[in-house]
Write a protein that binds this ligand. Sequence first.
Ligand code: NAP
Ligand code: GLV
Length: 313
Amino acid sequence: MKVLFYQSSTDAAAWLHDLARALPAAELREWQPGDHAPADFAIVWRPPAEMLAGRDSLRAIFNLGAGVDAMLALERERPGTLPRNVPLIRLEDTGMGAQMAEYVTYAVLRYLRRFDEYQAQQSERRWQVLKPHPRERFTVGVLGLGVLGIRVAQTLASFGLPVRGYSRSAKQIDGITTFAGEAQFDAFLDGASVLVNLLPRTPDTEGVLNARSFAKLARGAYLINVARGAHLVEADLLDALASGQLSAATLDVFHEEPLPADHPFWREPRITITPHVSALTLREESVAQIARKIDALMRGEPVSGVVQLERGY
Ligand code: NAP
Ligand code: GLV
């Protein structure tokens, strides 16, 4: 079995080392430009189009992340890049659920307990007690109830907060009020105090965080975007902060990453910025999951996490 590996960041050697241990029978090689030799599996993160184009004999392509938007964009920009009939398989949780739950819970509790405002007060040496937000009315809406969204929604509900969740297909989840499909989108947003985005980036979800959505939330609501920068209409966020419709935002993802030094978000104190770290790809968990799936595919068994290309996630 031949396995091709490509990852654009620096720790390829560590990945190759761990993959070799997890797949002892595999002939593993790091893809280099010009390598068109046969392979059974490809394990990639943001590969160049040349790596995959024409590789119709692959058994599967593994994406080293939960979101496959960059892979699908390659195909849109250069049709034929993704080999036809080769399953594209994404990471499912692999430690991202716990990280996402920590990140979003921290941000929500920071707003609930007004720590962001106390921090601003401290910088002015101001001692002033602020009226707490009533927990029972601090409704959090989670966009996306997939692997990560469900974990985040359930963690927030465990704090006694009212939690709503929104997905494409209808769901029943203990402790969460669920909404599905466009027809229920406004009801999902209606009067929520916090909006958390965990949708995949698809043509249907781009720009979903916009002035219209913000206007449906409670006045002075909070936004937490941990999915993709393309979900947010950036100018609408700045306008909503200026008008007071939104009080603050925590953003982990941006249209352009790294966020350019002259971007207005850096100058807006009500926006908290992190550099796309809310849920990192963990090597050990990811290698173990991919190795298990390769073994299953080699035995002819089905695996989960196969992307439905027509749906975009
Ligand atoms: P997932 O399991 O595929 O879940 C996606 C959820 O979104 C599903 O509940 C799906 O509905 C819903 N959805 C998709 N399109 C929709 C639409 N048009 N309308 C309503 N709901 C829709 O994905 P995941 O593993 O939870 O990951 C979610 C996203 O998080 C990834 O795509 C990635 O962009 C982002 N992410 C970010 C980081 C980071 O560090 N910032 C890390 C990991 C992931 P159904 O349940 O009905 O299918
Ligand atoms: C990271 O953003 C991922 O999609 O895994």
